[in-house]
Design a protein around this ligand. Structure first.
Ligand code: KPL
Length: 285
């Protein structure tokens, strides 16, 4: 499959590298300097869970590209700009693999191809140009954003991921919305707490961090249910604890953003929960 990975941050670089390892896939990574120049010169090096170097095509210019799939991995506040660039190209499908809520609506507003939603709890950190640390295996789920279209495309994308040993689950539209809320619970519980305490995800496995994780997960599940998405509180709390364990060695994306003085995704993660909770009269302290 021809795949454009739009956004060569931590998850984009890791998924780009894992997909580029498959001889049948042709991967183009869209990123920023100096990462792009480093990958062009010496390849993309993965360290951690597995160690290897791949040589995907790489560019800073996301316009006029064409591929079977555009995998969008930019920060949520860059989705609008990414969608505008992607709209100048041609794709059979576009799939968001981002944190937070609202990305799929933004992509659907700009692109005519089917939009897929995706979530992952893989742990990765792109620290130095040309290198990404793979800090934990997690899960990968994809599914069509709208109930009517793209189930076949979602299955093809699932197969492309499976060839890269990513063991994806393919859901229908209702299933993927439930998964997005479950991922939102993980991000709402893990990202700001690790960012505020400046700790790796694994620190939330014990008190006092673990005392926060479960109540936050339950608040998000209650908000999801009030918003019409059937999310069980116990299952959500367990799923979030599993993400903490699976990504124990990882620094969350928000911790890294705060440590580097960069903008965070708080608005589309905890901000979204607070907004929805307020709308439905749910208490989310
Ligand atoms: O999505 C993540 C993030 O850091 O944004 C998790 C899964 C929590 C991994 O760190």
């Amino acid at each position: 499959m021809d795949i454009v990975v739009f956004g060569a941050g931590s998850i984009g670089s890791l998924f780009g590298a894992l997909l580029a390892r498959v001889p049948d896939h042709s991967v183009t990574l869209v990123g920023r300097e100096p990462h792009v120049a480093a990958v062009r010169d010496a390849g993309l090096r993965v360290t951690g869970v597995d160690e290897f170097v791949v040589r995907p095509a790489v560019t800073t210019d996301g316009t006029d590209l064409s591929a079977d799939l555009a995998l969008v991995t930019v920060k949520a506040f860059d989705t609008e700009a990414a969608a505008e660039e992607l709209a100048t190209g041609a794709f059979r499908a576009v799939c968001s693999l981002q944190n937070g809520m609202g990305n799929e609506e933004t992509l659907a507003r700009h692109l005519e191809c089917p939009v897929l939603a995706g979530t992952t709890s893989y742990g990765a950190v792109r620290d130095s140009p040309g290198t990404v640390a793979w800090n934990g295996r997690g899960d990968v789920v994809v599914g069509p954003w709208e109930p009517t279209d793209a189930t076949g495309v979602a299955e093809e994308v699932g197969e492309a991921f499976a060839a890269a040993d990513l063991s994806p689950a393919v859901e229908d539209a209702a299933g993927i919305r439930r998964r997005l809320w479950r991922k939102l619970a993980a991000n709402a519980a893990i990202n700001p707490t690790t960012a505020l305490a400046r700790v790796e995800n694994g620190a939330l496995g014990d008190p006092p961090g673990s005392d926060l994780v479960e109540p936050i997960a339950r608040e998000v599940a209650a908000t999801a249910r009030a918003s019409g998405v059937d999310l069980d509180a116990d299952e959500t709390a367990t799923a979030v604890t599993e993400v903490v364990d699976a990504t124990a060695a990882n620094e969350s994306s928000m911790y890294r953003d705060v440590a580097r003085g960069r903008r965070t995704e708080i608005d589309v993660i905890n901000g979204y929960v607070v907004e929805q909770a307020r709308e439905h009269g749910i208490d989310v302290p």
